[in-house]
Design a protein around this ligand. Structure first.
Ligand code: PLZ
Length: 449
């Protein structure tokens, strides 16, 4: 039996399948979902969950599955982590909502203090809180437009920023995110990303940045550009880690041209990559940073944090929303952040990377369909291609995922071609359980060969 490192769960940390996946009770529930929930809301693995914690999820049939997805990088401190649960329980019993714009409360300000302390840079910072990642990205653009007096927004190939109208425009991939949902917001310009696996070997980060900047100069003009928004490690787009030097070169160009550098750390932030934020790896200091997901241990909370003078450019009443910075979500965030600090979760993410890399390198040695191993910390991925080429092999990725699911390991795919496996375990997972999950991943490559 594996023990958890953190998170304080009482669930037995062991994979245990007592039915097929999904089992009969999940099948019944799925039929009910099919009747009452819109088909447009998809499901990766249709087991209905009844409890989760540490590194496991328990379904309606009594199966215990290993979680390598964290609900898309959300339950970084573990599901139902003790520090989150106790603060949420206290808060929900005290009061559930006032609307911070009507009558404020400490939790919101406490989260803003923590964000000022933890996000990159030691300048004066302020924050505004929201409910979802997409809402944070929208607000970052609103702030950038007012602060600079300019309109245009630069985004990158393979980017994912959300499902609202503006963030659909900023997201690269048509299916399933955009198809049929237009027309989209204007003044969004897409430029090439640094994608080391898919470009000429040895192209330097600075050169890839120059390629993007050249397009911005020629096609938009810095004098029209309010901000450049970038995921420092791509999330949905395939966990692409840009070449060293790419992010610093873009940040320097932004600084020289009065363009705000906005880091979308919604997926990569809060200890996930082995640093508090992915920007920390190269010492990049964004003007604005968007966070969500891991910040609140599973409750909906998002933030824009930035240079105080930029954040304050917006007129009073210009930022807000009924639920933004809800007191229960803020309590959860304070519990999650306490857990991250107390257990040095950036270090835990680095330890998880060492295990995952060792396992993936061993699997790749036998399976040339794995063209690339990449990522940082507990945000790791493999890209599947026809061996020796760059041709995406989404079919194999689907088969490997299906095998893992059938064996009780929750894995997620991503990438523009759907051919990337991403591994995002909760940082509360124990080493033995993680090793067991990768035993199953290894089996999956053999079984689908
Ligand atoms: N920016 C970098 O990763 C959310 C989306 C899953 P929301 N990624 C998961 C899906 O299919 O909807 C994300 C992200 C980055 C923004 C967002 C958007 O965050 O909280 O989903 O709105």
């Amino acid at each position: 039996m594996s023990t958890t490192v953190t998170g304080g769960t009482s669930l037995t940390q062991q994979r245990n399948l007592v039915t097929e996946i999904p089992g009969p009770r999940s099948h019944e529930k799925l039929a009910r979902k099919k009747q009452y929930v819109a088909d447009g809301v998809g499901t990766t693995l249709p087991v209905f969950v009844e409890a989760a914690g540490g590194g496991v999820m328990i379904d309606a049939d009594g199966n215990t599955l290993i979680d390598l997805g964290s609900g898309i990088a959300v339950t970084t401190v573990g599901n139902a982590a003790a520090s989150v649960v106790s603060r949420v329980q206290d808060q929900v019993a005290a009061f559930t909502h006032t609307c911070f714009m009507i009558t404020p409360y400490d939790g919101y300000v406490d989260v803003a203090v923590a964000l000022a302390e933890l996000t990159p840079g030691d300048h004066a910072k302020k924050s505004a809180l929201f409910n979802s990642g997409a809402e944070a990205v929208e607000n970052a653009v609103k702030i950038a437009r007012v602060a600079t007096g300019k309109d245009a927004v630069a985004v990158f190939d393979h980017a994912y920023h959300g499902r609202t109208n503006l963030t659909m425009a900023m997201t690269a991939k048509n299916m399933p995110y955009k198809n049929g949902f237009g027309p989209f917001a204007g003044e969004v310009y897409r430029v090439p990303m640094s994608y080391p696996f898919r470009e000429t070997a040895g192209i330097k980060g600075e050169d890839a940045a120059r390629r993007a900047i050249e397009q911005l100069d020629k096609q938009v003009g810095a004098m029209n550009l309010a901000c450049l928004v970038i995921e420092p490690i791509l999330g949905e787009g395939g966990f692409v880690v840009p070449a060293d030097g790419f992010l610093p070169a873009l940040a320097a160009w932004c600084r020289d041209n009065e363009v705000l550098f906005v880091a979308d750390e919604i997926q990569s932030g809060f200890c996930r990559t082995g640093d508090w934020f992915a920007c920390d790896h190269e010492g990049v200091v964004p003007d604005l940073i968007t966070t969500a997901k891991g910040i609140a241990g599973g409750l909906p909370l998002a933030a824009v944090t930035g240079r105080a003078e930029l954040m304050d450019a917006v007129h009073a009443g210009g930022l807000g929303g009924t639920y933004g910075g809800n007191p229960v979500a803020c309590a959860a965030a304070l519990g999650a952040i306490e857990e991250m600090r107390a257990h040095d979760l950036p270090a835990r993410a680095r330890a998880i990377e060492a295990i995952i890399r060792r396992r993936l390198e061993a699997i790749a040695a036998d399976h040339p369909v794995i063209g690339d191993i990449r990522g940082r910390g507990a945000m790791m991925a493999i890209e599947l291609v026809t061996p020796g080429t760059l041709d995406p092999d989404a079919a194999r990725a689907g088969a490997v995922a299906a095998y893992c699911h059938s064996q009780g390991v929750v894995v997620l795919t991503c990438g523009t071609w759907g051919n990337v496996f991403r591994f995002l375990p909760p940082l509360s997972i124990g080493d033995d359980l993680l090793e067991e999950a990768f035993d199953v991943v290894a089996e999956a490559f053999v079984a689908t060969a």
